[in-house]
Unconditional design. Structure first.
Length: 337
């Protein structure tokens, strides 16, 4: 081979090497999408675990299971955060792993985000509100509740002094009122019968009333269950759970076909401890509302512990009002009897 041919061969070889190097780099980058992001993928799987197995978390240690049930929807906040990390890392592995908690969360809560649920005419609008014993302006709260134009209003955590204010404010709109202990009910329609409901307290925190609507009588329960506490001993809810059982037994034995249960239950629909009360009842928010309907705390709601549950009537619409000055937000539902 001549010196000229040798030189040309060397130049050609030099040109081919960069080309081969670039191809290898491209292959490395392509394969890297699957090789990187494993830490994010592991975190995605860990997010799926409490969603999938929350019912298996025991309550024997500080009622940890109920605590997880209460705030379970918020576990999903980790999904978009990890998704952003996967995008920035350009990790296909993390992206695929994130499908697992996304599908599980969507299966559990996707129905709450479906628009257009419920609908149709209604016969009755009901409202429930924990007005807060420490409320500094109950008169303002009363006026905002009147503006909601409900047919039946249920209030919880009323002090004797504030009860006088609510009675005075509601008098021109709601001619029928029943007050028992710290709970009360106002109605535009006649209340034919009412009584206190014993849920195990030294004072009354629940009542039952028969309201004669134009479409027929309905049994209306108003309840404020025991509070829960989060402290060094965990999620303390034993007293609340006892009140749930007692109230649930009385509602289960209700003779009227139409039943409306309203109040502050200090627990979410996901909380397994509410099962003795919620069995056989439907959530108006779940059937005819949009979104999670969080009610507490009012400034930045993180849990729906205020409920309207029904049996024998059909929810057509449900929503949460804005803050009224209480530490809870009011819940409203329209029902067809």
């Amino acid at each position: 081979m001549s010196d000229r041919q040798t030189a040309v061969s060397r130049r050609d070889s030099g040109r081919r090497k960069p080309s081969t190097g670039r191809a290898a780099a491209r292959r490395d980058r392509k394969g890297g999408k699957w090789r990187r992001g494993w830490f994010i993928a592991v975190l995605a799987i860990l997010v799926a675990v409490p969603l999938l197995f929350h019912r298996h978390v025991p309550n024997s240690i500080g009622n940890l299971g109920s605590l997880l049930d209460t705030f379970l929807p918020w576990v999903g906040v980790a999904i978009p955060v990890l998704a952003l990390a996967a995008i920035l890392r350009r990790s296909a592995t993390a992206g695929v792993a994130l499908l697992i908690p996304t599908v599980i969360w969507g299966f559990m809560y996707g129905n709450l985000l479906v628009p257009g649920k419920g609908g149709g005419p209604h016969d009755l609008r009901v409202l429930s509100h924990n007005v807060d014993a420490a409320n500094k302006d109950p008169q303002r709260t009363a006026q905002e509740l009147i503006a909601a134009d409900a047919d039946i209003v249920a209030l919880e955590e009323i002090t004797p002094a504030d009860l006088k204010i609510y009675k005075a404010q509601f008098a021109s709109v709601y001619p029928h009122v029943v007050a028992r202990g710290t709970v009360a009910l106002w109605s535009k329609f006649p209340v034919e019968e009412s009584r206190s409901v014993d849920v195990g307290f030294a004072w009354t925190r629940a009542l039952r009333a028969e309201v004669a609507t134009p479409e027929g009588k309905v049994a209306v329960y108003v309840a404020h269950l025991a509070s829960v506490r989060i402290g060094t001993s965990g999620f303390t809810s034993n007293q609340r759970n006892d009140t749930i059982k007692q109230l649930g037994q009385q509602i289960a034995g209700e003779k009227l076909a139409g039943v409306i249960v309203m109040g502050d239950f200090n627990g979410t629909a996901n909380d397994r401890s509410l099962a003795p009360l919620t069995v056989g009842l439907r959530s108006a928010q779940g059937v005819a509302g949009y979104g999670f309907g969080f009610t507490w705390p009012s400034d930045f709601p993180m849990a729906r512990i205020d409920h309207i549950l029904v049996r024998g009537v059909t929810p057509t619409k449900a929503w949460v009002m804005k803050s009224t000055g209480s530490d809870h937000r009011p819940v409203v539902a329209e029902l067809r009897i």
